[in-house]
Design a protein around this ligand. Structure first.
Ligand SMILES: Cc1cc2nc3c(=O)[nH]c(=O)nc-3n(C[C@H](O)[C@H](O)[C@H](O)COP(=O)(O)OP(=O)(O)OC[C@H]3O[C@@H](n4cnc5c(N)ncnc54)[C@H](O)[C@@H]3O)c2cc1C
Length: 460
């Protein structure tokens, strides 16, 4: 099964969201394991006329389609989704497929320090609701996206990190009544997998792996069943206001709407809307998928699990065994689009794979790709309205944990747009995206932090 990409144009490898006005117009899906194993669902084609809708949504990833789905299904509003390339071209078709009980990058202790225990508990419950919502949606809408059994192993990459894992387990129990399980390196090897780097692990009972591009196609089909128009190869290249309504222009058409949603996340151009400029930071992450493991390699690595795995590094690696016995591993990459094709970034991932699993020294790498994760100044996702234009909405900044939270964000955003008062007063929803101070120097800061975190992760 291969994705059909008949009219698509190759994506320039050096694409950089901070430098471009929009991501492309009909660019191909990345050459990923996900696109190679997905049948692409039908959309509404390229926009080549004038359209009108209650809500126009920019961005055809999980956020855009989840928002459209709830707006149409629950609130009976008409929606048009404009996607520059095709649904899932952004992070939603590039991620590792880890459905996590998380949203954003802020740790639980930081949440408690910042918002108090009750505030942190409410945020904890909201991210949990996102994960549950995703499982339920997959079941209810019968989305064939290979959901795996629950379980997330947080692996101590050196003995000292077992203390950190222990404190996290205590914090989760004390603050949220959440039970986890500490595993020695022997228990990890006996029950899950063997790795000379693993000093043990903390196992969270929740979180699961899935096929992200098949999930995306499930979203497309759900949207089409609701009568939503989803246009591919239709980037918003010009945005104007005419008689109090928004008019979004694409290369061949336009959409007029009372409300607009920016669901562009890590692919948000600084030029899209001035209310969003310098309020998000795109950070590149790379993924590799190996050839299927042979029986001997399976025996040597002792893999008995398809549960999702991350390590305790600040610059963490995420990895898992896919249902067809390949290993997927991802981690940080280049800082700029220009440097994205430098082979040293993939070499770093291969090196990490081999340190974790020396038995895979000779294994072939069948697929590699990358994508732009969206980071915010306060490490939290934000879902809401622009302060100086209440008819423009956004949901972004999941910081590498958006597979489940984007669905919850889509639901909350649809509620806000429809004027439903039931949105809980959480910082995700009632605090705006903050501007990065010294925005032009963000990448310089990122470079320095990468060096510092690398030294701390590996040598301290
Ligand atoms: C390599 C990688 C691995 C990841 N792994 C995980 C993981 O395992 N678990 C997890 O929870 N999260 C993960 N994430 C993050 C997760 O994939 C994202 O948070 C999530 O997919 C965001 O969905 P979205 O719909 O908000 O944005 P996207 O899916 O990025 O969609 C944004 C879309 O907007 C479009 N767009 C931008 N500008 C315009 C315009 N002007 N006109 C029209 N369209 C436009 C883009 O083409 C793009 O398709 C990962 C991300 C990456 C890059």
């Amino acid at each position: 099964m291969a994705a059909k990409q008949t009219d698509a144009i190759a994506t320039p490898a050096s694409y950089d969201p901070l430098l471009e006005n929009y991501p492309g117009a009909g660019w191909q899906l990345p050459d990923s394991y996900w696109s190679a194993t997905t049948d692409i669902a039908a959309d509404s084609g390229v926009l080549s006329q004038q359209e009108a809708a209650d809500v126009a949504i920019i961005g055809g990833g999980y956020t855009g389609l989840a928002t459209a789905y709830y707006l149409a299904k629950t609130f009976n509003l008409s929606c048009v989704v404009l996607e520059a390339n095709q649904a899932g071209w952004g992070c939603s078709g590039r991620n590792g497929g880890f459905a996590l009980k998380a949203g954003g990058r802020m740790g639980y202790q930081a949440m408690i320090n910042r918002f108090g225990l009750a505030g942190a508990q409410a945020m904890f419950n909201e991210t949990f609701a996102g994960l549950r919502r995703l499982r339920e949606l997959i079941d209810d809408e019968r989305i064939d996206c290979e959901p795996q059994a629950d379980g997330h192993l947080w692996v101590a990459h050196k003995p000292a990190m077992m203390e950190t894992a222990k404190s996290e387990a205590e914090l989760l129990k004390r603050a949220f009544g959440y039970e986890t399980e500490l595993l020695s390196s022997e228990a990890l090897a006996q029950r899950y997998f063997k790795s000379p780097e693993a000093a043990g692990a903390l196992r969270f009972p929740d979180g699961f792996g899935l096929h992200p591009m098949k999930l995306m196609q499930g979203y497309v089909q759900m949207a089409m069943r609701q009568g939503i128009k989803l246009y591919r190869a239709s980037p918003v290249i010009h945005w104007e206001s005419v008689e109090g309504r928004h008019v979004l222009h694409t290369p061949q058409g336009s959409v007029t709407a009372a409300k607009v949603v920016c669901a562009t996340n890590g692919y948000t151009s600084p030029k899209l809307h001035k209310g969003l400029t310098n309020r998000t930071f795109p950070v590149l992450s790379n993924v590799l998928v190996t050839a299927p493991l042979s029986d001997a390699q399976l025996a040597e690595t002792g893999f008995k699990t398809n549960q999702i795995i991350t390590d305790t590094r600040t610059l963490r690696y995420y990895y898992r065994k896919l249902p067809d016995n390949r290993i997927l591993i991802g981690g940080r990459s280049a800082i700029t689009g220009k440097d994205a094709l430098n082979p040293r970034h993939d070499e770093m991932l291969v090196d990490s794979l081999q340190r974790k699993f020396p038995a895979l020294e000779q294994i072939g790498i069948d697929y590699k790709w990358g994508g732009w994760v969206c980071v915010t100044y306060d490490d939290l996702p934000h879902v809401g309205q622009l302060p100086d234009d209440s008819s423009v909405f956004y949901a972004m900044g999941y910081g590498g944990s958006g597979v489940s939270f984007s669905l919850q964000a889509g639901w909350r955003l649809a509620q806000q747009i429809a004027g439903d008062k039931e949105v809980p007063p959480l910082p995700f929803y009632n605090q705006p995206l903050k501007k990065f101070p010294f925005a032009p120097f963000r990448r310089m800061g990122q470079r320095m932090l990468y060096q510092y975190f690398h030294l701390r992760d590996e040598y301290k």
